[in-house]
Design a protein around this ligand. Structure first.
Ligand code: IMP
Length: 186
């Protein structure tokens, strides 16, 4: 079986079949709304966006271009996943290169699943005494309640199925899909 085939609203990645959940047009309309809402609140604050790598890089690139006001962006790499299972531990693989104290920080996350990644990272950010802290997640699954995290802005609430596309991968594949696809199996 080939590792990658894509036809219409289906995509096969490794051993799994995914079906379309949100089209490219739906995604871009929602991201523009989020950017406008953030600009209304932070337009005069020159916020520092902090994007969690790797999954949020596509969302972050579009979101900051939908934020029509001065801003900066920095990146952090945290990992807790291998394949379709969370490994339990959250590791910082690459840290932030910007000073956080006194800044208005907007964390950009691709998807909040158990909430472990964001919970861990927000604890660290709070310790750096930012002027304010808010979170934006492109997607959120219902299992997000496992770890207590407040997500201020959510692109889409989705069912508890593994998803790929728009930056999200399944064992390395699928990040370049412009829409979002969910696993055909529950
Ligand atoms: P959490 O720590 O359980 O909230 O998981 C967050 C991270 O796991 C996300 O930033 C993603 O990188 C990854 N993840 C969780 N669910 C999915 C999924 O359905 N597809 C791809 N990656 C996922």
């Amino acid at each position: 079986m080939p590792a990658y085939t894509h036809s219409g609203d289906h995509v096969q990645l490794h051993d799994l079949l995914f079906v379309s959940l949100f089209s490219e047009a739906q995604v871009s309309a929602r991201v523009r709304e989020l950017g406008a809402a953030l600009a209304q609140r932070y337009g005069d604050k020159q916020p520092l966006f902090v994007s969690i790598l790797s999954g949020a890089f596509v969302f972050a690139a579009d979101l900051i271009r939908a934020f029509h006001a001065p801003c900066e962006i920095s990146f952090v790499k945290l990992t807790s996943y291998s394949g379709m299972q969370s490994t339990g531990a959250v590791q910082t693989v690459m840290g932030i290169d910007a000073a956080l104290e006194g800044r208005h920080i907007i964390v950009i996350e691709d998807i909040v699943d158990t909430g472990r990644t964001l919970h861990f990272f927000l604890e660290y950010l709070r310790s750096q005494q930012p002027a304010s802290l808010c979170t934006v997640a492109f997607l959120r699954k219902p299992s997000a309640a496992v770890f207590p995290v407040e997500v201020d802005y959510v692109g889409f609430d989705i069912p508890d199925r593994f998803v790929v596309g728009y930056g999200l991968d399944y064992n390395g594949l699928g990040r370049n899909l412009p829409g979002v696809y969910q696993s055909a199996e529950p």
